[in-house]
Design a protein around this ligand. Sequence first.
Ligand code: IMP
Length: 195
Amino acid sequence: MKLYLISRNPGKIRELSQLAKAYQIELASIDIPKVEIQSESLTEIALYSVAIAYIITKKPVIVEDSGLYIKHLNMFPGALSSYVYKTIGISGILKLMNGIKDREAFFKSVIALAAPTLNGVKLFSGEVKGVISEEPRGFGGFGFDPIFIPNGHSRTFAEMSLEEKNTVSHRALAFKALSKWILENCESISCWSWM
Ligand code: IMP
């Protein structure tokens, strides 16, 4: 069974490709722009993105939208994470968190699926709680990985291997929920016909 991922983010593509392999799903990329509406809700953004991608491709498509939510900053940057990363970046976030004791944060991922044999869009999500580190650490991953330490760990996502991050991340949890749902419903949605 094949799914097409709409993303130009190499970090996401790497992680999702490794996850798909583990669940025996063939993941291919289609290079069309991912259209994103402006919204505070990852679910809304993913829903519209996948609907547009499906209208263009008529293939089984997924999009993944994610963000970092920091408690002390009233859940900023959230759905704006990509823009905030490009503008103030990691150093800007660390400046906003300078001297702050409460460093609780979480990453959230929403995956939206649309396919020819599906009635409407299916949504899956995953969250991982953690803390914002005092300084950037590690060179792996992408985005805010160098400043996020998942609960129960002492290293940042950027200090973990791809495989290790994929055992705990928000994206991995959302992808696991997607794979489980497809497997459980494969017969009724004719998932074997997705190619
Ligand atoms: P979007 O989902 O393409 O809108 O981008 C989400 C943004 O959130 C990324 O560009 C990163 O800055 C941040 N982000 C989402 N997931 C992760 C992650 O797993 N590690 C680090 N940063 C992430």
